[in-house]
Design a protein around this ligand. Structure first.
Ligand code: AMP
Length: 287
């Protein structure tokens, strides 16, 4: 049975009886198969313990001109998806439950990783993310939590929480691979904003990552692959490139050889979409 909990009292009463360990999946709702993969990963982690999904559109991670007000809210359908995945509880608190008026909620400085890429495009975003992630994981008393590699920089940042927040020192963070539609587009709640034409245009995003992957596999340098992918996206109709970078798995400068990551952000109409993939850099052949 999947119960829906809204207040801290309801959550606490339920947690008092719920078998451990507790696996928690944090979402903003408008759930899709990517979120379902996280639910299954959480179940695999906790076995006969409890899986809790939170549905909360967090105001502190949205900038003033972003889509907080119009972010899709589809709670009934979300609960159905959770039920079908055998989730034990959906915690969907009001803003006042997460941030009770007058209560000081801990914040965590994102550091340098918080001001590059998504952090550069969305000032304050990662401070808001770290705050809500820590708060929700503490409220739900998470032992393990699953995050999508879809938001790769977010995953890198939230993984720093156990060393910074004593109440989360025991909590394990598990990364889950990106779930894509059959045509390659990474699933995202924001894909709902796209018209059919925009969705077709958005396919250039995964295509640019495939191009990078292929070029690097064929021995191109990081610079060559990046330049080609920029040119490809600049020429693609209906897309405005924000960034496409090849970096180390830790989001530093790329290694001269070995496993690395390619990350892209681009706008299609008003909708900002993210994607990334693992790549392999081959050592430059000396002439
Ligand atoms: P959101 O509801 O968009 O805040 O995402 C909640 C969680 O689902 C985050 O950990 C995301 O990285 C993850 N997620 C979103 N889309 C995907 C996807 N296509 N594949 C895997 N995980 C995803």
């Amino acid at each position: 049975m999947t119960v829906v909990l809204r207040t801290q009292d309801e959550l606490d009463a339920w947690l008092a009886r719920a078998p451990g360990p507790r696996g928690v999946v944090l979402t903003m709702g408008a759930l899709h198969a990517g979120h379902e993969a996280l639910m299954r990963a959480a179940r695999a982690e906790v076995g006969t313990g409890s899986v809790i999904v939170t549905v909360f559109v967090n105001p502190t991670q949205f900038g003033p001109n972003e889509d907080f007000a119009k972010y899709p809210r589809t709670l009934d359908a979300d609960v159905e998806r959770c039920r079908a995945q055998g989730v034990d509880a959906v915690f969907t608190p009001d803003v006042d439950v997460v941030y009770p008026p007058g209560m000081q909620i801990s914040t965590y400085e994102p550091g340098p990783l918080g001001s590059t890429l998504e952090g550069a495009a969305r000032p304050g975003h990662f401070a808001g993310v770290l705050q809500v992630v820590a708060r929700l994981l503490m409220l739900t008393r998470a032992d393990v939590t699953c995050f999508g590699e879809k938001d790769y920089q977010q995953l890198a940042l939230v993984r720093t929480l156990p060393s910074r927040e004593p109440a989360l020192a025991h909590c394990r963070f598990v990364g889950v691979p990106i779930v894509r539609d059959a045509d390659g587009l990474a699933l995202s709640s924001r894909n709902r904003y796209l018209t059919a034409d925009q969705r077709a245009a958005a396919l250039a995003i995964p295509a640019s990552l495939s191009l990078v992957q292929r070029m690097l596999a064929d021995g191109a340098s990081v610079g060559e692959a990046q330049t080609a992918a920029h040119a490809f996206l600049d020429a693609a109709p209906g897309i405005t490139l924000d960034y496409l970078v090849i970096s180390s798995n830790g989001l530093d400068a790329p290694p001269s050889e070995g496993e690395a990551r390619a990350l892209v952000a681009a706008r299609v109409g008003e909708t900002r979409l993210l994607d990334n993939t693992a790549v392999h850099i081959h050592q430059a052949v000396k002439q």
